[in-house]
Design a binder for this molecule. Structure first.
Ligand SMILES: NC(=O)c1ccc[n+]([C@@H]2O[C@H](COP(=O)([O-])OP(=O)(O)OC[C@H]3O[C@@H](n4cnc5c(N)ncnc54)[C@H](OP(=O)(O)O)[C@@H]3O)[C@@H](O)[C@H]2O)c1
Length: 297
C-alpha cells in the first residue's frame, strides 16, 4: 500500500533529500523540530515539510516514520517514537535508516516491536545529493517488504534478508572502507601540502587512482561539516567488530582523524568550486593547524 504521510526525524541533509523526493511524488511529509537547531528548521522550510506540534502527532498522522539522525541519536529517536506509539495506539512502519551497529539496530527493533510497531532495518549507501538514482536503500527484517512502495518514488531498494541488523552491518562495513579511504587521503594531502608536493601528489593520485579520486574529491570537503557524525559511525563499526569477536584497527584511527577535523568546526564549504574545492578544503585544514604538533592556530 502506498504511503500517504511520511514522518521524518530529522530534516538534516538526508532528511531534506527524502522530503523533496517524497513531496515530488505527492506524499505529505511531516516532522517535529522541537529542540533542533536553526539549520534543521531552515532545511525543513526549504523542503516544504509540515511542522506538527509534537512527536505524538507525527506518529498519529504518519503511516511511515523514517529516522535520519547521527548514530548516537538513533536510539533516542526510536524510544521517543515507541513511547508515542504506546500512548496513541498508532503503529506506523518505522524505518531505522541510520549508520548504527547491528546490535543497536536489533535493540531499536525490539523497542518498536514492544510498542506494537513494525521496524525495518535500513542502510542508505550513496550521497544525499544523488537521491534518487545514485543511492541504494538496503533493507532487512521480516517487515522489509513494507517499504517496497517507495520504489514508486524512484528510490532504489535492495532487500538483504529477514533479520534486523543485516542492513546495518552492510552499512557499517561500507562506512569503514569509505571513511577509511577518506581519512587516508586527507592525511596524505595535508602532509603533501606541508612538505611542498601538494600539486604533484594530487596530479599523480588523479592519474593512478582515477576511480577513487572521482569518488573522494566531492566527498572530502563534506567532512568540514559531517566529520563528527562520521566519527560516531566509526565507534559503531568498532562495536560491531567487537560483537563479531574482532578488534578493529583502522576504524579507531579513522575515528580519531575525523574527530580532529570535527574539533576545528570548519562548517560547510560554500557550494561550487569545481576541481579547486578539494584544494580549498585541504588549505582550510592546513590553515586551522590540522595534524600540527603543538597548539593549533
Ligand atoms: N548526508 C548524506 O549524504 C548521507 C548519505 C548516506 C547516509 N546518510 C545517513 O543519513 C542520516 C542523517 O545524516 P545527515 O547527513 O542528514 O546528517 P545531518 O545533516 O547532520 O542531519 C542530522 C539531523 O539529525 C538531527 N538530530 C540530531 N540529534 C537529534 C536527536 N537527538 N533527535 C532528533 N534529531 C536529531 C539534527 O538536528 P540539529 O543538528 O538541528 O540538532 C539534524 O537535523 C545518518 O544516519 C547518515 O548515516 C547521510
Amino acid at each position: 500500500m502506498a504511503f500517504r504521510t511520511v514522518g521524518i526525524f530529522s530534516i538534516g541533509q538526508m532528511g531534506a533529500a527524502w522530503a523533496r523526493l517524497l513531496r515530488a511524488h505527492g506524499i505529505r511529509v511531516v516532522t517535529h523540530s522541537g529542540g533542533r537547531g536553526e539549520r534543521t528548521r531552515r532545511l525543513r522550510d526549504e523542503a516544504g515539510v509540515e511542522e506538527l506540534p509534537g512527536i505524538a502527532q507525527v506518529v498519529e498522522e504518519a503511516d511511515l516514520i523514517v529516522s535520519l539522525v547521527p548514530p548516537t541519536a538513533a536510539p533516542l529517536v526510536a524510544s521517543s517514537v515507541a513511547r508515542a506509539m504506546r500512548g496513541s495506539g498508532a503503529s506506523p512502519v518505522f524505518l531505522e535508516a541510520n549508520a548504527i551497529s547491528p546490535r543497536v539496530a536489533r535493540e531499536i527493533g525490539e523497542a518498536i516491536g514492544e510498542a506494537g510497531g513494525s521496524c525495518v532495518d535500513g542502510a542508505i549507501i550513496g550521497a544525499a545529493a544523488t537521491l534518487p538514482g545514485g543511492c541504494v536503500v538496503y533493507l532487512s527484517g521480516p517487515e522489509a517488504h513494507r517499504i517496497k512502495p517507495l520504489e514508486g518514488c524512484g528510490l532504489r531498494l535492495g532487500f538483504l534478508g529477514e533479520r534486523i541488523g543485516q542492513a546495518s552491518a552492510l552499512k557499517m562495513v561500507y562506512a569503514g572502507l569509505n571513511k577509511g579511504l577518506a581519512a587516508q587521503l586527507t592525511e596524505a594531502l595535508v602532509t603533501a601540502q606541508a612538505v611542498g608536493v601538494f600539486e604533484a601528489a594530487l596530479e599523480k593520485f588523479r592519474e593512478d587512482f582515477a576511480g577513487l579520486m572521482g569518488t573522494m574529491e566531492p566527498f572530502l570537503p563534506s567532512l568540514g561539516y559531517h566529520a563528527a557524525r562520521r566519527a560516531e559511525e566509526m565507534d559503531q563499526y568498532e562495536a560491531m567488530a567487537e560483537e563479531a569477536g574482532l578488534r578493529a584497527i583502522m576504524a579507531p584511527a579513522t575515528g580519531a582523524l575525523l574527530r580532529g577535523i570535527a574539533a576545528l568546526r570548519l562548517g560547510e564549504l560554500p557550494p561550487g568550486g569545481g576541481e579547486g574545492r578539494l584544494t580549498a578544503f585541504v588549505e582550510r585544514l592546513a590553515h586551522a593547524g590540522f595534524m600540527r604538533v603543538g597548539p593549533s592556530r
